[in-house]
Design a protein around this ligand. Structure first.
Ligand SMILES: [Zn+2]
Ligand SMILES: [Zn+2]
Length: 263
């Protein structure tokens, strides 16, 4: 499995992806908003885009579908329940479905509600596993729930699915928000040494060659995975004085999501 992470350079800071089979050169385009860059990159690598996947229906993920379809005749895959919002969709996906790319790539679909209620993440079962997580999980952060999502569902996705993936899973999100997210982590957990150490390097990072984190690193720097950290809870009780001193993880997650909305 070969992954090309494509920096769009747009104001939304979107990442698009090509996932290719090393034997056949067939490729899956994930959220190819910047259709020109995606088509050019495929051409430069000698690949043929044979499928398009939308992690969810938001326009900054589906906005390049028609152009990539016109150029490649590739079908569009998305969550089965996103059919009304993505009319060009031809294959509806459910949890456990497998997407094959060429001869060597198999990607498992995870049904990951929260950012929207019809959001798919893709998981590879390669030696080093990978997760293409759209707007559900970001480097050092979590998706918002403003446009058709629910924070409670997002918590369920984090706790019941994402947190259970292998520690060495590579994280490929739909946007580059790492700098702002690390700042939020440090606001919530000022003694987070790892986040503090990483921030200056991330402020200077070349987004054409971004850091790819792992789930293990996310557990260190992503406040939405640090729900039992004593400093996170202590700081949260400053913002929410009614909070108990031993809040359950779900309550911590929901309060953090609420604070992040205004960050
Ligand atoms: Zn979105
Ligand atoms: Zn997005």
């Amino acid at each position: 499995m070969i992954v090309e992470q494509i920096w769009t350079g747009n104001s939304g800071r979107n990442f698009n992806y090509l996932i290719a089979c090393s034997e056949t050169g067939e490729a899956l385009a994930v959220d190819p908003l910047d259709h020109e860059k995606c088509l050019a990159r495929a051409k430069a690598r000698g690949w043929t885009i044979t499928q398009i996947l939308n992690t969810h229906h938001h326009r900054d993920h589906t906005g390049g579908n028609r152009q990539v379809m016109a150029a490649t005749h590739a079908p569009v895959l998305a969550h089965a329940n996103a059919k009304d919002q993505i009319p060009e969709m031809t294959r509806g996906l459910r949890a456990g479905d497998v997407i094959k790319v060429g001869k060597t790539v198999e990607l498992e679909c995870l049904d990951t509600p929260g950012h929207t209620m019809s959001h798919i993440c893709l998981r590879s079962h390669t030696d080093q596993p990978a997760l293409f997580c759209g707007d559900t999980l970001f480097n050092a952060g979590a998706g918002n729930c403003h446009n058709g999502g629910h924070p409670q569902e997002l918590y369920g996705t984090f706790a019941n699915q994402l947190a259970k993936l292998p520690e060495n899973t590579l994280i490929y999100p739909g946007h580059d928000y790492i700098v702002n997210n690390l700042r939020f982590t440090l606001d919530r957990e000022p003694d987070n040494a790892k986040a503090k150490e990483m921030l200056p390097g991330m402020e200077r990072q070349d987004t054409n060659h971004p850091l790819v984190t792992t789930l293990a690193l996310e557990r260190e720097i992503n406040t939405f995975f640090r729900l039992s950290s004593p400093s996170v809870i202590r700081r949260l009780r400053e913002a929410f004085p009614d909070l108990s001193d031993t809040p359950d993880p779900k309550t911590v997650f929901l309060k953090l999501r609420e604070l992040r909305n205004k960050w």
